[in-house]
Design a protein around this ligand. Structure first.
Ligand code: RTP
Ligand code: MG
Length: 147
């Protein structure tokens, strides 16, 4: 089953949006595999944002994500990587549609509340950066199947 790494960023934690953000993914029917409130280290942040190394906003990105606790999560489901990005909405708040997390709650572009992996390969790398294998819970979540 496909997994993704989702993280409520420091702005989302500060604004008290953890519960409402988690609800979006529960409502969609995805399975929560792991979750914890953590403060990201500088090394972890640099690994997490390695694809942006060298860009002019890289140091701001690292400062922001290490500025306060984040709520780190692993979710599982069919096509969970792409569908989570749909639920999250576009990076720029001006382009994030109502009904998406960013569209409904974010009003300033760098402060876009939540991270979601952009591919299954990124998800694998990001999960390993924030969780040890024994932190991933194995359990059955019943889903209705009418086929
Ligand atoms: P994320 O990785 O955080 O889920 O966001 P994303 O895929 O929608 O966007 P991405 O291109 O990966 O960019 C990562 C984060 O960097 C900030 N950003 N700033 N100043 C800029 O031009 C700029 N571009 C991106 C955003 O906070 C974005 O979430
Ligand atoms: Mg990204």
């Amino acid at each position: 089953m496909e997994k993704t790494y989702l993280m409520v960023k420091p702005d989302g934690v500060q604004r008290g949006l953890i519960g409402r953000i988690v609800s979006r993914f529960e409502d969609k029917g995805f399975k929560l595999v792991a979750a914890k409130l953590i403060t990201v280290s500088e090394d972890q942040a640099k690994r997490h944002y390695a694809e942006h190394a060298g860009k002019d906003f890289f140091s701001e990105l690292v400062s922001f994500i290490t500025s306060g606790p984040v709520f780190a999560m692993v979710w599982e489901g069919d096509d969970v990587v792409a569908l989570s990005r749909t639920l999250i909405g576009k990076t720029k708040v001006g382009e994030a549609l109502p009904g998406t997390i960013r569209g409904d709650f974010a009003s300033h572009t760098p402060l876009n509340l939540i991270h979601g992996s952009d591919s299954p390969e990124s998800a694998e790398r990001e999960i390993a950066n924030f969780f040890t294998p024994d932190e991933l819970n194995l359990y059955n979540k019943e889903i209705a199947v009418w086929m």
